[in-house]
Design a protein around this ligand. Structure first.
Ligand code: FUC
Length: 826
């Protein structure tokens, strides 16, 4: 459906508004609840002329309004989001509040689960997987095994029905300022519409301006497909009030206030009519009862404060705040062959095979922008759609999926220099400890905290969906995140206070959950997980029967290895060895020694996905779970475990490159860790060509952000790695980026890294330290470090190891310039 907006020059506007009497209201029926009026589609204004391209670098733009929601430009302050479609006669700004969820807290534990656990295990160990699945499905699932959806807040509509023709239309998203903009001319008057969502003042701001003699007249309304009422509460104010689940769920509010300079604002049938203004500012605030007892009070306070501050100051502070994060990283991968074309047309050409390195850099910055927009401190973490969702019933409920998607969202966060945006995930984890303790106890008779493959805002930790919901290692995987936050910053206070307790709780559960595999299994006497599975892939049992559920899927063993070794490292960091949490450490060491090992298939030479060398039902399945130890884990590395590395390479080749967005994004990271830049780049191209919408977000299903965020992490991983105790510069540079420059990426150990390269050779790197540290630097392949200088230009002695790495003992707050020369040793 095409939706429209227009701002029109006075005269034409007033005449038409009077004549037309405002847009027609129709009722759009939703599946349940009381319907709200929504605005009918009408013909779009004609667009003539060819708008000039924007002059700034980090801008997405188009010469036409978005034809559908997925083409709209998003703004967000981590919590309050808008999707701007850019219509002329009728503009739709679809709104979201990250805390608007259907459902509610509920005890969903299954009283049968614990009793059934030994029997499910016995069946699995005896190879009676079908029986185990039936029993698990009957006894282990949450009651009910479903959650409810994250929902749209509603739509804000701006309308001028009579707009016929405009010239030089341009719709753009300025990633650097965090502003979506529409500009066009009508006659001699140039109109501008700007939308931003500010983290400083917690409101969404729409600014309508014009240059020239015209005036602005516009209708302003709000709708929501169900469970909300909208009314005008003052001549310049609209109030949307709603409640989910037929009034039994959370309540939410959105307040809108219109400030019109030089014009009139009046109420007409629960919409505002602004006439003859020189400029208009609309302020929108939202709140729900998830965070606030009194959303009304919160919205009023925010709106009044914003109105007092005024639109110029709101904009100034927003831009400063946004740029402070955005500008931390600069990326130049080479020029575009089509710098003057709109982004949608460039994306189309890339899909047809054109190389456009600048578009890849833009894609990287889109990833950073989406994370900034959907995960600021104090907000909920980025869900499956970040925060942008137009539905009441979103795809997969737009939940927090923990068997890959949520983690993928956060892969770029540290390296791409947005560390504070990681904190919402840590907050969510902390909120899951209590319910996760309950589930550990009641479903598994275990201590510690745990969760399965998805959650919501109500503390959902039990198995959901189907038997693949019985996947007890969700918390164990998530526990990597707070530890990575520590590894990047070196902040021991964070490690002690927040990361380690989460990690220890997750490990505590695993220690209790692990069970000794009985005689007759290939790993008899060793510790395994059971029941579990390799997300969400099935295998063929001897005899041909298919199964999903099993014991000791490889990914579990890898996640556990990662968690236990991270815990041990943390223990050693937090206290002198043997003094801090020594008993717990000893338990980890003992369990790790007995953990079932990773296995290489005799049949294929690839890393086995399961404890037995089963055949996959779908060999090209989208999940590549058993590459966890290569990425995001670090158990397998090219130099540390070459054999396993070779096996994983075979695994990745067998899995193939093409798949859904997040799957390709993950493989980009995997191939980067294998130091094969060209293969990583090949998949990145596929990701851009087949899974990316014209606005560079993920195409299908509607705007899952994980593909872009995983892809962003992959691009960073090609340029800089630091997971394995060294800072590897340009470890996987593809031939497609012969010359370029990156500034401001972060490496573990509190280091900011910039690298420049030319003709496929690094020319210089700069390392800026935050804390003191000893850093092993690995130069790009074929080069050696020729010189390291401090900020004064003085030579810093760096011992060179046999493998071409150098050791830099760095002071805090220092900058080191690293030079390179061709190496004669490979
Ligand atoms: C996992 C994946 C699906 C999808 C969903 C949100 O279950 O297997 O492909 O990404 O999460």
């Amino acid at each position: 459906m095409v939706r429209y907006l227009a701002l029109i020059a006075q005269g034409v506007a007033v005449g038409l508004l009077v004549a037309v009497g405002g847009p027609v209201l129709t009722v759009r029926r939703a599946s349940a609840g009381s319907p709200q009026p929504a605005l009918a589609p009408s013909r779009e204004a004609e667009i003539v002329g060819k708008a000039a391209p924007p002059t700034r670098a980090w801008v997405l733009w188009s010469r036409r309004p978005a034809a559908k929601w997925i083409e709209a430009f998003p703004v967000g302050n981590g919590r309050l989001g808008g999707m701007i479609l850019g219509g002329l006669r009728r503009e739709r700004i679809q709104l979201n509040d990250d805390a608007l969820w259907a459902g509610g807290p509920k005890d969903r534990h299954n009283p049968e689960a614990l009793k059934a656990l030994p029997e499910v295990r016995r069946l699995l160990f005896e190879g009676k997987n079908a029986e185990a699945a039936t029993l698990a499905e009957k006894t282990m699932m949450g009651i009910p095994p479903t959650i409810e959806s994250y929902q749209t807040l509603g739509d804000l509509w701006l309308e001028v029905p009579g707009l016929d023709k405009v010239a030089d239309y341009r719709r753009e998203l300025d990633l650097e300022d965090g502003i979506a903009r529409v500009t066009y001319r009508e006659g001699q008057v140039r109109f501008t519409r700007e939308v931003f969502s500010t983290a400083v003042d917690q409101v969404l701001v729409v600014r309508l301006g014009r240059e020239g003699k015209g005036r602005i007249s516009v209708w302003v309304g709000m709708t929501r497909p169900q469970e909300a009422t909208i009314r005008a509460v003052a001549p310049d104010r609209l109030l949307l009030h709603g409640a989910c689940n037929g009034g039994k769920g959370m309540h939410f509010e959105a307040h809108l206030r219109a400030l019109a300079e030089g014009g009139k604002v009046a109420v007409r049938e629960n919409r505002l009519l602004i006439e003859g203004a020189e400029s208009v500012t609309l302020l929108l605030a939202s709140a729900t009862t998830l965070r606030h007892k009194d959303p009304q009070a919160v919205c009023s306070r925010q709106i009044e404060a914003a109105a007092r501050k005024g639109s110029e100051a709101l904009r100034r502070d927003h831009v400063a705040d946004h740029q402070a994060l955005f500008r931390r990283v600069k990326l130049d991968l080479g020029p575009s062959p089509n710098p003057h074309l709109p982004t949608d047309e460039r994306a189309k050409r890339v899909a047809q095979g054109v190389e456009d390195p600048q578009l890849v850099a833009l894609y990287f910055q889109v990833g950073r922008y989406l994370l900034m927009g959907s995960s600021r401190p104090g907000c909920l973490p980025a869900n499956l759609q970040g925060i942008w969702n137009e539905d009441l019933q979103a795809a997969w409920n737009a939940d927090f999926h923990t068997n890959v998607n949520l983690q993928t969202n956060y892969w770029p966060v540290e390296v791409a220099n947005l560390a504070e945006c990681h904190l919402p995930l840590v907050d969510l984890m902390e909120s899951l400890v209590k319910p996760g303790n309950e589930t550990a106890k009641r479903h598994y008779g275990a201590r510690g905290w745990m969760m399965h493959h998805l959650t919501d805002v109500w503390g959902f930790t039990v198995p959901a969906d189907g038997v693949w919901g019985v996947w007890p290692v969700g918390a164990a995987w998530l526990a990597q995140h707070p530890y990575e936050h520590y590894r990047f910053s070196g902040d021991k206070e964070f490690l002690a206070r927040r990361a380690y307790p989460l990690m220890k709780g997750a490990a505590r559960f695993i220690l209790d959950f692990l069970v000794e595999a009985p005689a007759g299994t290939p790993v008899a006497g060793m510790l395994v997980t059971a029941p579990s599975h390799s997300p969400e892939n099935s295998f063929r049992m001897p005899g041909g029967k298919e199964s999903l559920i099993t014991y000791a899927p490889t990914m579990d063993l890898e996640i556990i290895h990662d968690l236990f070794t991270n815990c041990m490292e943390a223990i050693d960091t937090l206290g002198p060895e043997g003094y801090f949490d020594a008993e717990f450490r000893a338990e980890l060491v003992a369990a790790l020694r007995r953990l079932a090992p990773l296995r290489i298939s005799k049949r294929t030479g690839a890393l086995q996905e399961w404890v037995l060398d089963y055949e996959e039902v779908e060999p090209r399945h989208r999940h590549v779970s058993h590459m966890f130890s290569l990425h995001p884990g670090r158990q397998i590395t090219p130099r540390g475990t070459p054999e396993l590395c070779e096996a994983i390479r075979k695994t990745l080749i067998r899995r193939g490159d093409a798949n859904c967005g997040w799957s390709m994004a993950w493989k980009v990271n995997g191939w980067a860790r294998l130091e094969d830049g060209d293969h990583a780049y090949g998949i990145l191209r596929l990701l851009l060509a087949s899974s990316t919408s014209p606005n560079l977000f993920e195409k299908d299903p509607p705007l899952l952000v994980d593909a872009v965020l995983g892809g962003t992490a992959g691009i960073a991983e090609m340029l800089l790695q630091s997971h394995d105790g060294e800072i590897a510069l340009l470890p996987a540079l593809p031939k497609a980026w012969p010359s370029g420059r990156v500034e401001g990426l972060r490496a573990r150990g509190g280091v900011e890294v910039s690298i420049a390269w030319k003709d496929r050779r690094a020319t210089e790197a700069v390392l800026k330290t935050v804390i003191a540290g000893r850093h092993v630097i690995r130069p790009p392949r074929g080069l050696r470090v020729s010189r390291v200088e401090d900020a004064l230009g003085d030579n810093v002695a760096v011992p060179v190891e046999n493998d071409m790495t150098v050791v830099l003992v760095a002071s805090p707050g220092a900058a080191y310039r690293v030079g390179f020369a061709v190496s004669t040793v490979e």
